[in-house]
Ligand binder design. Structure first.
Ligand code: ZN
Length: 298
C-alpha cells in the first residue's frame, strides 16, 4: 500500500453529517460568523500567504445555493454553487494549476472536495428523471426534484489507474503510456473508468488489455485519490504482465513502453529535465505509485 500523503486527501473539516440531515439544526451554523470559501467560479482565491480566502457568509450572493462543507474551529463553513459548472474540467487550466501548486496539503484537499461538490450542483440543476428543476437538499449533499421528488446524490466516477510490471532475466520493468494530449515526453500509469458490472480488478485487466494488448494477473490495490477535475475516485493498482508484447490501441494511446527501474528513478529525480521520460505531476496518484514501486522494488 502507498503510505505517502496523496494530494487532495486529508481535508481537515469535521463534516458534521448529522447537521446535514436537519435543516433546523444547520440553520444556526449558517448565521453569525459562518465562513464562505473564496472561489472565483471554480478557481480558489488565495491570500498573500497562499492560503485559501474565507469571507463572511453575508458576502454570498443573495439567493445563492450554499453547500455546507463542515465545521472549522467551531464555525460553519460553506461554499456557494457557481452560476455554471466547469465546461472544460481540465487540470491543465493554468489558473487552477497555479493555485494548486501553492496550496498546503490540507487546504488543497479542502478545495478539491469543495470544487467537486459545487461543480456537481451547478451541472445538475435539472432532474435526470423528469427534466424539471432540482433544488439543493441535505445541506448540499443531495438535490431533490421539485416536480417528481426524485433525490439525486453527488456523483463521482471510479477510475482504475495501474502500474503493470513485467519481470524477465531478473529485471523488473514497468509499462507506462502516453496520450496525445500529454505534454511532450510525458508517460504515466494507464487508466480508465471502471464500468458497470465489473470489479476493480477486472477493470484493470480489461483496460490494460484494451490499450496495450497485455494480459495481467494478480491485480492488487495500492491506494486511492479523490481527483476533483471534475470528480473521480482514482483507484491505484498494480498488475503483473503475463508477457511483454505490446499491441497499442492508437485511439487510446499515442505510445506505451516498458521502462526499467533506473529509467523510472531517473525520471522522478529529474522531473521535466529527465532524459528517460517526464513523470506525472506530484499532485497525481500516478506519481505516488511510481515512488511506491521504486521503494518496493529496491
Ligand atoms: Zn423529477
Amino acid at each position: 500500500m502507498i503510505t505517502r500523503h496523496i494530494a487532495f486527501s486529508g481535508q481537515p473539516l469535521d463534516r458534521a453529517d448529522p447537521l446535514r440531515r436537519d435543516p433546523a439544526a444547520l440553520q444556526p451554523w449558517l448565521e453569525g460568523d459562518a465562513l464562505l470559501l473564496g472561489l472565483d467560479g471554480l478557481v480558489p482565491e488565495l491570500d498573500g500567504e497562499d492560503r485559501l480566502c474565507w469571507r463572511p457568509i453575508a458576502e454570498a450572493q443573495p439567493g445563492a445555493e450554499l453547500v455546507f462543507l463542515g465545521l472549522k474551529d467551531g464555525r460553519g463553513v460553506f461554499a456557494a454553487v457557481p452560476a455554471r459548472g466547469d465546461p472544460d474540467p481540465a487540470f491543465t487550466r493554468w489558473e487552477s494549476w497555479n493555485a494548486i501548486a501553492r496550496l498546503a496539503p490540507d487546504e488543497l484537499a479542502l478545495y478539491g472536495g469543495a470544487r467537486s461538490i459545487v461543480d456537481w450542483h451547478a451541472r445538475h440543476r435539472f432532474c435526470a428523471q423528469c427534466g424539471q428543476p432540482t433544488v439543493l437538499a441535505k445541506g448540499g449533499w443531495q438535490r431533490d426534484c421539485t416536480a417528481c421528488g426524485t433525490s439525486h446524490f453527488p456523483r463521482f466516477d471510479p477510475v482504475a489507474i495501474m502500474l503493470v510490471e513485467h519481470e524477465a532475466q531478473a529485471e523488473r520493468r514497468l509499462l507506462l503510456g502516453r496520450q496525445a494530449r500529454f505534454p511532450a515526453r510525458s508517460y504515466s500509469a494507464l487508466a480508465g473508468f471502471v464500468e458497470p458490472g465489473e470489479t476493480l480488478e477486472e477493470a484493470v485487466a480489461r483496460e490494460v488489455h484494451e490499450e496495450t494488448g497485455v494480459r495481467v494477473d494478480r491485480v492488487r490495490y495500492l491506494g486511492s485519490q479523490p481527483w476533483p477535475f471534475p470528480s473521480q475516485l482514482m483507484l491505484g493498482c498494480i498488475g503483473y504482465a503475463m508477457d511483454e508484447h505490446l499491441t497499442i490501441d492508437p485511439a487510446e494511446l499515442e505510445d506505451a513502453r516498458w521502462f526499467t527501474r533506473e529509467e523510472v528513478a531517473e525520471a522522478l529525480a529529474g522531473g521535466a529535465d529527465s532524459t528517460s521520460f517526464v513523470p506525472p505531476p506530484k499532485q497525481a496518484i500516478a506519481y505516488d505509485m511510481l515512488r511506491w514501486w521504486l521503494e518496493e522494488s529496491a
